[in-house]
Design a protein around this ligand. Structure first.
Ligand code: SF4
Ligand code: SF4
Length: 327
């Protein structure tokens, strides 16, 4: 990056200072206005594998007890065909509780199938540790809309406390190479680096933003999730300001074995509502409608127990900070 670009990126950082304030106080009612009854989810998470190479401090995965396997390709074909028929613009995320790059060939095969089936928005969420050059090159040409890399720390100390088992310098070098390869292409996915604000990385967001905006990434900053009330967060919105849970109202998840949990807070599948091997995604989404109705009608006290302690409805939108001048 030359001096002019670096200066422009610093200017962009200054113009985005309001984002910090927005991260610290989510505008929940503006989110609530976007939520309504839907005949199909707008976002769909596919657990390509439930295995992971890290043990992150803010994630339930290290303690997860359900069996960990890899999604059979025919299950993805079944899902992709149905999504393409029902709502091809649905955002499909290849991630839930596991690291998709542990299965790079399967991931690329699934992306190729999704693209051919007509899916318009396929996205990848990865911890970046396995993002070797050979996979980066192929992923950039695989028809993805977004690649989000969860990094969370700027210093090695913060990174290592959060991304346990990872290596800050390896992950950073992998993402920097991905960005370099992406810059050389006329078109391809947007590359985002994610920063979840938590105690372990306090005071690092500015440095993180400056580093990554200067390298052409978009910074995605958001509050820590409680994952169905399992983790403490600093968020503390009073009950009388509660809004319908955006996760429950917009999103559906499929575990590697086809099970569909009630919501992302249910990482163990304790409240699974059925299996995508046996039923259509539309039928499973319809089955979840009674919960969505309780949310949308703000009958929160009638929701299952997990929703009573969960704070994930408070988390607000992730802020996307783009370093391009004028963006
Ligand atoms: S890399 Fe992802 S799935 Fe694995 S432990 Fe970390 S947050 Fe959880
Ligand atoms: S508020 Fe309820 S529906 Fe929403 S994530 Fe938490 S447990 Fe799930």
């Amino acid at each position: 990056m030359d001096g002019v670009d670096a200066h422009a990126a610093r200017g962009a950082i200054r113009t985005h200072l309001h984002n910090l304030a927005m991260i610290s106080k989510p505008d929940l009612e503006s989110i609530a206005k976007t939520l309504s009854a839907r005949s199909f989810p707008t976002r769909f998470a596919v657990e390509l594998t439930a295995q992971c190479n890290l043990r992150c401090s803010m994630c339930h995965h290290p303690a997860m007890k359900r069996p960990k396997g890899v999604m059979p390709f025919p299950l993805w074909q079944r899902c992709a065909d149905q999504i393409a028929r029902a709502a091809p613009a649905t955002q499909v995320w290849f991630s839930f509780c596991g690291e998709p790059l542990l299965e790079p060939e399967l991931l690329l095969t699934c992306l190729a199938y999704g693209r051919a089936a007509g899916l318009q928005q396929m996205c990848l969420n990865t911890n970046g540790m396995l993002l070797e050059e050979r996979w980066s090159r192929r992923l950039l040409e695989a028809g993805l809309s977004q690649v989000v890399i969860g990094l969370d720390g700027f210093s090695a100390q913060a990174y290592n406390r959060i991304r346990v088992g990872g290596d800050r310098d390896v992950a950073y070098a992998n993402v920097e190479r991905l960005l370099e390869l992406r810059r050389a292409m006329p078109e391809g996915p947007q590359v985002l680096v994610q920063f979840i604000a938590m105690d372990e990385n306090e005071g690092e967001l500015e440095l993180f933003r400056e580093h990554w905006l200067a390298r052409g990434a978009v910074v995605k900053a958001r509050h820590k999730l409680s994952w169905g009330g399992r983790f403490t967060t600093h968020l503390c919105t009073p009950d009388d300001e509660r809004i319908p849970c955006p996760w429950a109202v917009t999103m559906m998840h499929v575990f590697w074995d086809g099970r569909v949990p009630r919501c992302p807070g249910d990482t163990e599948g304790d409240e699974s509502v059925g299996n995508a091997w046996q039923e259509s995604l539309s039928a499973l989404w319809d089955r979840l409608s009674s919960y969505r109705d309780l949310h949308l009608e703000r009958r929160f006290s009638e929701l299952p127990e997990r929703c009573q302690s969960c704070r994930d409805w408070m988390v607000g939108r992730a802020e996307r900070i783009d370093g391009r001048v004028g963006a």
